[in-house]
Design a protein around this ligand. Sequence first.
Ligand code: HEM
Length: 408
Amino acid sequence: MATTLVHQHKSIAPPKGVEVWDVDPYDEAVLTNPLPFFDALRAKGGLVYVPRYEILISGRYEETREIFYDHARFLSSRGVGMADFKLEEPWRPPSIVLEVDPPEHTHNRRVIMRALSPSVVRKLEQDFVEDAERLVDEVLAQGEIEAVAAIAEAFPTHVFPRAVGIKQPDARKLVDYGAMVFNAVGPDNELRQRVMARAPEIVPWINEQCDRSRLTEDGIGATIFAAADAGEIGEAEAGMLIRSLLSAGVDTTVSGIGSALWCLAQHPEQFQYLRSEPTNLSGPAFEEALRFCTPVQAFFRTAGQDTTVSDIEIEEGTKILCVLGAANRDPAKFENPEAFDIGRDARGHLALGVGVHSCVGQIIARAEGRAILGALAERVSRIEFAGEPKWRPNNSMRALESLPLKLS
Ligand code: HEM
């Protein structure tokens, strides 16, 4: 029997016992203010069926973690977006780390993990700290700033491409490519179409940066190409792994740092607490911001077989939207989850994923977060809003459009 497709994946009926909810998780009002959607989602059950896209959605911590963790039953190779790569051709060749399953995944991930190991990041960290201090001095001299551009984008787009070894970085193109990647995982809505229209301009530039000749000889990129020289992976695969870094390593940290600034401006007492012990608290403060705002709000998994979660029968081919942002605010897991509290134990949050696909760049992401929050805590006495912050709709990323701040 031919498979019927809906929104680029197999058409599925609501499983027995699951609430059918006529909501659009991609409505711009939901994307820019997701908290009421998160609360309603968790209240409706472990899994909810959304007829408009014929998908299941999970928002409670337990089910979201179970699905995200279990790579054997819930596949990444069929795409972490709404489209099923088994049935539809993806918009770009799939990532050979994010969008593959073991054993292929295990092999490729080993190469990328080595390039981003704790010892590699330890060597980068002092530079991150010095760059963060310089940047904070600059913005402090300005007083009022647009913090998305001046800090959240400026810092990662300076330190990260340099660490990878990109000889001629273009901050705008890197951020815009990230927007493309993270909007692409949604349905084919206006948001996705708008960013995809820029693909002919940006994608070739990104691909060029992944070539060995464009990279310095001492960066993370060179370590990945050394694995190609050793015969561990092919030359083309090395380039694909660099592309994964550029896809996943810029907008995520821009979002994480922007969100952390927003949280600290909104909770001045937490900023004062951070100032009391910058060295010890900058890490926990970044971690709590990741839990509280969750840069990657939601990714899909595809059921590779008929299976069950919380006694709900799930049919092979079902697309499940795992809402990490909702799980990270589940009161069943985090006490008083609506409080931004840098003193809490935020461990176990899902902002960096879980299981074999958990964020391979988390050590470097945390080092960037610690550096910038540490520099702010050491040098700035108050962070206040200088205007209304605005969130930017994106099909999977929680990102600020603008964040006017006054630093003193
Ligand atoms: C605060 C910043 C970051 C956040 C919130 C974040 C979030 C995530 C999440 C949620 C996943 C899991 C995806 C899944 O299971 O489907 C992931 C995977 C990944 N991240 Fe990050 N990330 C961040 C920074 C970075 C950086 C800086 C890099 C590059 C150095 C990076 C590279 C990757 C890659 C390559 C994967 C795929 C890993 C795999 O499939 O095995 N990320 N990230």
